[in-house]
Design a protein around this ligand. Structure first.
Ligand code: ZN
Length: 700
């Protein structure tokens, strides 16, 4: 691979269409991939940035079964949600396709046929786990059991999420069907296998020798341990009815394994895009002068570094990835992100709760990206990144420059006179920034790159603080003009260099400075002159980025402070998820010992109405209630204060056990008990008649 490839094919892991996108996906894959793609376009490269929905596989069929709909219903729903949220978040895929598209089915089948014709598969009849009751073979997620490598009792038939091992369903100890819970039997079935062992030498040569230096240590290490363990043939077909039919004799009732078809999705999405653009797709996948980069999370390393390259190599006409910069995992508030437990910040929710603040999340996720180890997202850190960096450094600097330029010079960039040593240092520093940021991006160190961008804004702030133009304007107008000219050069550099990281802010800032946007749309709102669009390389080659006499616009705040109450609301949302999980996991108590009818008739339960309520002093849980039981009005102390305020319960009709022997609670006599149960969120609810009835009526 030459250092200046002719074009870039950049892929981002195909999101699985059984739920929306969350911050873990964004931090692990989509934000770094988008930074890279935007940067490559900005530096004048030919880029195809490719993604799409991964719509096959077992979890979708399980979800469809549970919800009583078809798998197609599930994928249609989430494909639309995912696609829209990517657009709204500013992820600039050239094509976001889907694996249920015809072009993909055709491409994947053709790929399979080529390998099959070349004799690259082994056909084998083996015994597979079978659920007699569901009348179905159990592969992948249809079966759970104990991982033979680490002992995790909830490993899936294709992978253990605890240790990352890729598994075959028959490897599991104590397997159980995920459909019926039954212990599966073994039944014979024929499948096609890709003999990975046959590609071991090539993988050793290509990765272990060839990419020892340029692949991330976490990726290289995982691949090495895989290869060192010895590779085995992997089935590329499944007994399923949802997926791409196997195009070979004996393939009836079988589909391509989702991990065989999904990466081919990158190819079919490129084909689809090229057809729309009137381009030839093949150079993007077959020309040695194309740089192919796969952005993925660490759970996908084996598929992108071992299985897919073996497929490409076996096919023979494709290039191999130049790099696979996989990230580690992002946790949320100290716990593992989980779709099923709803422990996540969902992108559609974020976009709704934080309108026009896409860049804040992009920045927080990049500045804290799990590039070399797992990392934790906290709302407090998110708030601090916004308030202390975006607002206090970047936003503050731009605001000062724009406000002062408007105040002193009616928005016209002033003329510089002689530059001081400090001015020259600052101007030289600006020119050095593109190379510094570039070097980080080229090594896939996006958090470092984003910090360098912030350092340029820091430099601007420090320059203004040291030079104090707001003081100097009273004594030295000539010097003040030079200072403001220099500050405007920094602002102008920030407008372009921020584009990969803070794309929405970059556009806002270019509009304020009246620099033409990249797509050559010139912002002319009220302006008379316009700076031409600025290239990334201009920052290091041009002496003047924004010239004297150029009219800039009025200020507009780029970022605004995020208050504690906004963060608290998000933390409360998570707290509610946690409670709901706890409630969902609550064990249903076994039935108590039998009682006789006579025992039951000893309980005297009546309908009553709460007349008064007050909090028991110095307690959290207790309310003192006055209840009309139809027999009398009495005092009952009830442990419901965490679920209800006193005002909420007054007037409520409830069920009262009236003949419970009185008890003293905190010095108050309690004569009876109010019957309650609990919602999934852990909130208490009254057990009461669903229409108003007369107090004192018996419940029997
Ligand atoms: Zn394991």
């Amino acid at each position: 691979m030459s250092t200046h490839p002719k074009r870039y094919t950049i892929t981002a892991a195909l999101p699985y269409t059984n739920g929306p996108i969350h911050i873990g996906h964004l931090a692990g894959v989509y934000v770094p991939a988008d930074i890279y793609a935007r940067y490559k376009r900005l530096t004048g490269n030919d880029v195809a940035f490719i993604c799409g929905s991964d719509e096959h596989g077992v979890p979708i069929t399980i979800k469809a079964k549970k919800e009583g709909v078809t798998p197609q219903d599930i994928v249609d729903k989430y494909h639309a949600i995912i696609k829209k949220s990517f657009v709204d978040f500013g992820i600039t895929f050239d094509n976001y396709s889907r694996t249920s598209a015809k072009i993909h089915h055709d491409t994947a089948q053709e790929f399979f046929k080529t390998l099959n014709d070349k004799g690259e598969f082994i056909e084998e009849t083996t015994e597979q786990l079978y659920d007699e009751e569901a009348n179905q073979f159990l592969a992948d997620r249809f079966v759970t059991g104990t991982c033979p490598k680490c002992g995790n009792e909830e490993a899936y038939g294709d992978q253990c999420e605890s240790c990352g091992s890729s598994l075959n369903a028959t490897d599991l100890i104590n397997p159980k069907s995920a459909i019926t819970g039954n212990v599966p039997t073994l039944k014979e079935t024929k499948h096609w296998f890709l003999p990975l062992d046959k590609h071991e030498d090539f993988l050793k040569e290509w990765i272990l020798k060839g990419h020892k230096k340029d692949w991330k240590p976490n990726v290289y290490g995982q691949v090495k341990s895989w290869i060192d363990d010895g590779l085995r043939p992997r089935a590329v077909t499944r007994d399923l009815d949802w997926g791409i039919p196997v195009p070979a004799p004996g393939g009836e009732g079988k589909v391509l394994y989702v991990w065989f078809d999904a990466p081919i999705g990158y190819i079919s999405a490129t084909k689809e895009w090229a057809a729309q653009e009137g381009k030839d797709w093949e150079p993007y996948w077959k020309d040695q002068d194309t740089k192919l980069v796969h952005f993925i999370g660490k759970d996908n390393i084996v598929f992108h570094c071992i299985i897919f390259p073996s497929m490409l190599k076996a096919e023979g006409s494709y290039i191999l990835p130049d790099n696979v910069p996989a990230n580690e995992f992002l946790n949320l508030e100290g716990n593992k992100l989980s779709t099923s437990k709803n422990w996540a910040v969902w992108l559609p929710d974020y976009l709704e709760d934080f309108p026009n603040q896409q860049d804040v999340l992009r920045y927080a996720l990049t500045a804290n990206a799990p590039e070399s180890k797992d990392n934790d997202f906290t709302w407090k850190d998110f708030q601090a990144r916004n308030n202390n960096e975006l607002v206090a450094i970047f936003g503050n600097f731009i605001n000062r420059v724009v406000v002062l330029t408007n105040k002193y010079y009616e928005g016209v960039v002033p003329k510089a006179s002689e530059f001081s040593d400090i001015d020259n240092e600052v101007l030289a520093a600006i020119k050095a920034y593109p190379a510094v940021i570039e070097s980080s991006i080229e090594r896939y160190r996006f958090r470092e790159a984003s910090q360098e961008l912030m350092n340029l804004a820091r430099l601007g702030n420090k320059y203004l603080a040291d030079e104090e133009p707001w003081k100097l304007i009273k004594t030295d107008e000539v010097r003040t003009k030079t200072i403001m000219f220099v500050a405007l050069q920094i602002a102008s550099a920030l407008a372009t260099l921020s584009e990969p990281f803070l794309p929405f802010t970059s556009i806002k800032l270019k509009k304020i400075l009246r620099i033409a946007l990249n797509n050559n749309v010139i912002s002319t709102e009220g302006g008379t002159t316009n700076e031409e669009s600025q290239k990334w390389s201009d920052i290091s080659t041009k002496d003047i980025l924004i010239s004297s006499g150029h009219q800039i616009g009025k200020g507009e705040l780029l970022f605004s402070k995020i208050e504690d109450k906004t963060i608290d609301a998000q933390l409360e949302k998570l707290e509610a998820s946690k409670k709901a999980n706890e409630a969902a996991n609550k064990v249903i108590e076994p039935q108590k010992d039998l009682i006789t009818f006579e025992d039951f008739t000893k309980l005297d339960m009546r309908v009553g109405t709460i007349l008064e309520a007050e909090k028991m002093p110095k307690t959290k849980k207790l309310l003192i209630l006055k209840v009309d039981t139809g027999i009398d009005t009495r005092t009952i102390v009830s442990g419901i204060a965490e679920s209800f305020s006193p005002e909420e319960v007054v007037g409520k009709q409830v069920t009262v056990l009236v003949n419970l022997a009185p008890r003293k609670l905190r010095g108050v006599d309690s004569e009876g008990m109010i019957l309650m149960t609990e919602t999934p969120e852990g909130k208490l609810v009254f057990v009461n008649p669903d229409t108003a009835v007369k107090n004192g009526l018996q419940i029997s």
